[in-house]
Design a protein around this ligand. Sequence first.
Ligand code: EPZ
Length: 417
Amino acid sequence: MDKLVISGGRPLKGEISVSGAKNAILPLMAASLLTGGWHQFENVPQLRDIRTFCTLLESMGADIRCEEPLCINTDNVSRLEAPYDLVKTMRASVLVLGPMVARFKKARVSLPGGCAIGARPINLHIKGLEALGVNIELRHGYVEAKAKRLTGTHIYLDLVTVTGTENLMMAATLAEGTTVLENAAKEPEVVDLANYLKTLGAKIKGAGTPIITIEGVKELNTPSPYRVIPDRIEAGTLLVAAGITGGEITITNCIPAHLETVIHKLQETGMTFEIGENWVKAKSPEIISSADVKTLPFPGFPTDMQAQFMALMCLADGVSVITEQIFENRFMHVSELRRLGADISIDGRTAVVKGVKELLGAKVMATDLRASASLVLAGLAAKGTTEVSRVYHLDRGYDRLEKKLSALGANIVRVKE
Ligand code: EPZ
């Protein structure tokens, strides 16, 4: 296992390009199951989760070139199963369920099981597929799905679910008749998936709004190359890196509109911004002001930025109240931040962060993807050396983050544990 060794206290300066979005490319890869021919995706980051998804699709019989551009051909898919040993390492594997039942009318997908940040059930995925006419049985830890046909219907999602919306939208593209998804997720990654499906001939309206209408078609067209949107969470993480190190950086190849809420919240902490068409320049204040935040579905403050924002608030002048409203256990980074000298108390889903004058480097352990990003950010600001172990968590969702940070002047190296 690798660890990152960080010598903190250096303000980040310079310009860095943002990679493609993990949470956009994963549903796009699942969508390749909906129709044959070569699907070709550009701007694909090098991430562990993408390699895992490639392994899953190959195990089903797909032909894949897992590089840039990422090419997938599902003409020869024959094994309609997503096995436990893969799904347990990456819950986004459940995204193959919708497309598989839509095209092959059969699927056997392992239930994802628990996750560090919460139970994360998929009951709404299953309820929606049943509403479309899929017969589902839960047996031996697997979702066993089969259908004669899928019939469009009106589905109300009790909770806003990103991959639930994506699974059902994909399934509905090949259903007979029209499907309405009400209380749908509005994340940019949902919109990116809808845009790709439309290039395949799907008839989708309202992606990005709470009501998505899908008119089923008999089959989808041959794919054409598609460029994945930039990763708004990596972008937000880099903006926080500027703020926490007292630096000034420009991130390029991003979509500022996807960052509005994050930028507004960072402005509340005193950071200042210049915003271009596909770039954002961020400048840290002399003194970081505290700010409260509650995580919400898009366009609210993203839960995937909560841990990173908390790292910044550890050094703020004042007290900030951070409420995690999406997942029930997404404060795993708190005990590790405390090892660096942070003053944080937790009450259920609320963390109260009292800003301290400085953080002191220490050995800390990553527990999940965004927690590991939070520890790296804190290490960049801490006095002395911080070692972040188990960075395989980080590699799931960040493409060579240490190289990006080094290019901005950070003293950070990856070493074998
Ligand atoms: C997606 O996960 C993202 N992953 C997550 O990013 C992100 O944190 C999350 O959306 C929220 O924005 C991908 O897109 C691959 P949800 P997802 O379904 O779809 C509950 C990262 O760090 N729920 O929107 O699994 C669920 O438990 C990852 O990149 C049900 O109860 O999240 C949660 O409390 C982490 N039943 C809430 O809804 C269901 O059937 C939102 O979950 C589905 C969800």
